[in-house]
Design a binder for this molecule. Structure first.
Ligand SMILES: [Fe+2]
Length: 207
């Protein structure tokens, strides 16, 4: 008897490691915006063509007034392109135009304690998290990604391989950029410290 096996439904998650050239400046600004906001909520960063009415955003800043942040945005778009191109290369051959990555939403978190419940990012192609500064919190507050397979599958010895890979965790580090398909549910696990953790997160569209 011959047996054939093929693995379907892979879930690509990419991570890049780079301390951005203007890292310290961007970090300082994100911290300032979040401190000014005076609440532990994300601060929306927007470009001149979009305005946000996010109930969780206490204030926002405009990217066009911030060339360093615009450069960072361009770098993150390039990283998303690298990820998306790798898994779509075969399919993109049939497209008329080369797809372009656009970051559509960009926001910053800077706080001494945090928990972000289980969620996905609707209206996004790929999403990303860029850790600017995790201070002493890297052993806490991992980002946990959950398998897109249904939670309600029949569970027994025959499906242990599904349960074993139902979630994976990334330990955050300064300069780490994680890029993931936005349908992947994830959770920002809790951390608490005297020092701030500062990160930027974003959504994209690719057309
Ligand atoms: Fe998220």
């Amino acid at each position: 008897m011959s047996t054939n096996k093929t693995n379907y439904w892979p879930t690509p998650i990419f991570h890049f490691q780079m301390i951005w050239e203007d890292h310290k400046d961007i970090l300082k600004e994100c911290e300032e915006w979040c401190k000014l906001n005076n609440k532990e909520v994300p601060v929306m960063l927007h470009d001149s063509t979009r305005e946000y009415a996010d109930p969780y955003a206490g204030m926002s800043t405009n990217l066009k007034d911030n060339p360093k942040l615009s450069k960072l945005k361009t770098w993150m778009e390039k990283c998303v392109y690298t990820a998306a191109e790798e898994v779509n290369r075969h399919y993109w051959k049939s497209l008329k135009n080369q797809p372009k990555v656009t970051i559509t939403d960009l926001w910053a978190w800077s706080s001494t304690e945090y928990y972000n419940h289980y969620h996905g990012h609707p209206n996004s192609s790929w999403s990303g998290i860029y850790y600017l500064d995790v201070n002493d919190t890297h052993k806490q507050g991992h980002t946990r990604f959950y398998s897109p397979l249904p939670f309600n599958h029949y569970s027994d010895a025959g499906t242990l391989f599904v349960d074993a890979e139902s979630a994976i965790s990334y330990e955050p580090g300064d300069g780490m950029l994680i890029i993931f398909p936005s349908y992947i549910r994830h959770e920002g696990m809790p951390y608490k410290s005297d020092k701030r953790r500062t990160l930027i997160a974003f959504n994209t569209q690719i057309n």
